[in-house]
Design a protein around this ligand. Structure first.
Ligand code: SF4
Length: 229
């Protein structure tokens, strides 16, 4: 890969051609907030919280490859406000009951809410009616908490490469679905992987809750992104 030079928020950075802006920023110790991005998975660009400005245009940093001489703005009041608004939208378009969620303290959406000092969302709550699927032996899927990032659909596959998770319906009615037959064959490791990959508490393992007490979890003491910036 060819080494190139880019600028992020005025800082000159070395990057490799083929890297996305998110990857190049991370390699240079710059955190660009993401929710649908997951290291090692093909980018999906579904959440748009990584929106940056390149040449005056808003772009998704997780899907946009770097180019020689690219000038990127990320940490500006305007972009941070857009990100805060996206976090608020994600909260109101689902049903997120943090105090009763097994993922509390490990949830990336909750951690984003804290990062952006979200108090009360500026948008009205939609209170969608979404199903909970507890039919498979190792996991249950709570559509109320799903932010449709598609990490599960991209990262947890059956041995023959078939998708176990996917989205059904469109627009505001879109929701996560699971192939119950394939999900019934999930190993313990795959079930754990699915739960760990999910940024929120939409995929949880059965019979394995609250092993780490609330208060001692990942984001209870460290702000999301502090491992990079
Ligand atoms: S279940 Fe979790 S990982 Fe899958 S799309 Fe929903 S939020 Fe993303």
């Amino acid at each position: 890969m060819k080494e190139i030079t880019i600028k992020i928020d005025g800082k000159e950075c070395k990057a490799k051609s083929g890297q996305t802006i998110v990857e190049a920023a991370k390699a240079n110790g710059i955190y660009i907030p993401t929710l649908c991005h997951y290291d090692g998975l093909k980018p999906a660009g579904t959440c748009r919280i990584c929106t940056v400005k390149v040449g005056g245009r808003n772009m998704a940093a997780c899907t946009t490859p770097v180019g020689e001489g690219m000038v990127i703005e990320s940490n500006t009041p305007e972009l941070e406000e857009i990100r805060k608004a996206i976090v608020e939208m994600l909260f109101v378009e689902g049903n997120h009951m943090c105090p009763t969620c097994e993922k509390s303290g490990n949830c990336e959406l909750q951690a984003m809410g804290y990062r952006y000092r979200m108090m009360v969302p500026r948008f009205p709550y939609l209170f969608p009616v979404r199903p909970i699927n507890a039919k498979t032996p190792k996991i249950y899927i709570d559509g109320n908490r799903c932010i449709q990032c598609l990490r599960c659909a991209r990262g947890v596959l059956a041995p023959d490469g078939k998708k176990i998770f996917g989205l059904v319906k469109r627009g505001g009615k879109a929701m996560i679905s699971v192939d119950e037959e394939l999900a019934a064959a999930l190993t313990d490791e795959q079930a754990q992987k699915a739960m760990d990959m999910c940024p929120v508490g939409a995929i949880l393992r059965k019979e394995a809750g609250f092993k780490v007490p609330i208060g001692s979890r990942k984001f209870d003491s460290a702000q999301i992104g502090s491992d990079i910036e």
